[in-house]
Design a protein around this ligand. Structure first.
Ligand code: ATP
Ligand code: MG
Length: 402
């Protein structure tokens, strides 16, 4: 079968394949970009596999970067875009269920495709459009199936991260995992403990922001992968959250963790521990904590004060609006968003008053008194007790002093 319509990304990278071929080697587009093209989806990154060795690639192209020479990867720069060109290779070793101990460069595409995780990721496209399909990847794509290349048990023993990738692709693509691959997930879930949390995290995140995250999540639970991840391995009882399907995907990573915080009814402290043990970025931790805190506040009283709304921001309200329906909770998020928009100020820098003005106009001494008055003025403005105008604010302070 031939791919007749190359997407722009392939068009731009085509000269690389052609030049490698002109030097007598083979070269193909491989992996995710081929899968996504055949599915009519947009492409993340274009990967190229070749029979040429790294040194040979570097001789062909003037501009290259040694990205991972040991593993066979050279980045070729074309018009400011970098393309990873990787020599066909086989892998062996895998003593630690993680990375191969050895990679061996080979000249055969078939062997290279054999080391790949799933049949839908083991397709290759030649410069003339010919699709190389050694492992029935096309049939699996058409039937929306995720199936390990070869023996699933062996493949998951080689690299246990592939189990996370299976559920991630199920979520991103809305595909089903074939029975043999699924059974193998069940048998091997414990091997996930061997995998660095950073790698699990990357796949988990892609899974949860995927269009069909609920499918991915249910698989993650049903296969017991969840019980072999940090924090959850020590904190799980059998009452899993009962999420409701919604069409809207989760907004961002903080939305994911807030949803889990609510779903498992974690305290703020527990959620923080969870995020730390998954080595989340500080920004994600802060955003998740804020969002969970506001979610808890809203459950206590549905009409927060202006001051409480001022503590959050538009993103937190938007994020919660996507999460609550999944938890079967309801609130007037549109109203809250309007209330937020209508706040007289959004942060303290917008106050028509600062420390210097307080010192100059009211003779307040530099020190704690400045902070005290700024706090009070900030609250009064947000609560609508005084207008945000310098003269009014100064008068308001004077009035408080009397
Ligand atoms: P994405 O769209 O998220 O980039 P992808 O399939 O391209 O998905 P990558 O991590 O970019 O995923 O990997 C590129 C290709 O390398 C895969 O399509 C697959 O063929 C192969 N691959 C990646 N990780 C593994 C792995 N752990 N085991 C086997 N093959 C893998
Ligand atoms: Mg990719």
């Amino acid at each position: 079968m031939y791919l007749t319509n190359f997407p722009n990304e392939f068009q731009r990278a085509l000269p690389i394949l052609q030049q490698i071929e002109a030097h007598g080697y083979e070269a193909y587009f491989v992996g995710g970009s081929v899968r996504d093209t055949l599915l009519g989806k947009s492409i993340a990154d274009v990967d190229i596999a070749t029979s040429a060795f790294p040194a040979e690639i570097k001789e062909i192209f003037p501009k290259t970067i040694d990205t991972g020479i040991k593993h066979g990867t050279v980045t070729v720069m074309v018009q400011g875009i970098g393309y990873e060109v990787t020599t066909f290779r086989t892998e062996s070793g895998y003593q630690d269920f993680r990375r191969p101990d050895h990679v061996t460069f080979v000249r055969s595409l078939r062997q290279d495709l054999q080391r790949r995780d799933f049949t839908i990721n083991a397709l290759a496209v030649r410069a003339d459009g010919l699709i190389i399909d050694e492992y029935q990847g096309l049939a699996d794509l058409a039937a929306k199936r995720i199936r390990a290349v070869g023996n699933a048990d062996e493949r998951f023993h080689e690299d246990a991260l592939r189990m996370m990738r299976a559920v991630r692709f199920a979520s991103q693509l809305g595909f089903e995992i074939t029975t043999d691959t699924y059974v193998s997930l069940l048998h091997n879930a414990e091997l996930l403990q061997k995998i660095a949390v950073e790698r699990i995290h990357t796949e988990f995140e892609k899974m949860m922001v995927g269009a069909n995250w609920l499918i991915g999540w249910k698989l993650f639970v049903a296969t017991n992968l969840i019980k072999n991840t940090p924090f959850f391995q020590d904190h799980l009882q059998d009452d899993y959250p009962n999420f409701t399907a919604v069409t809207q995907p989760l907004m961002d990573e903080a939305a994911v963790w807030t949803l889990l915080g609510e779903g498992f009814n974690f305290t703020l402290n527990e959620q923080r521990q969870l995020l730390h043990s998954w080595k989340s970025a500080n920004k994600v931790i802060a955003d998740s904590q804020h969002t969970l805190a506001f979610s808890r506040l809203l459950q206590k009283h549905a009409s927060p004060t202006a001051w409480e709304i001022y503590q959050v921001d538009a993103t937190i309200i938007e994020r919660l609006a996507t999460i609550w329906p999944i938890l079967k909770l309801q609130a007037d998020f549109t109203g809250l968003a309007i209330q937020y928009q209508n706040l007289p100020i959004k942060n303290r820098h917008e106050l028509a008053l600062n420390g210097q003005v307080l010192i100059a106009e009211l003779g307040i001494k530099p020190g704690p008194a400045i902070g005290y008055w700024l706090d009070r003025v900030e609250q009064a403005v947000v609560m609508g007790k005084v207008g945000n105008e310098t003269g009014q604010l100064l008068n308001w302070i004077k009035a408080q002093n009397q």
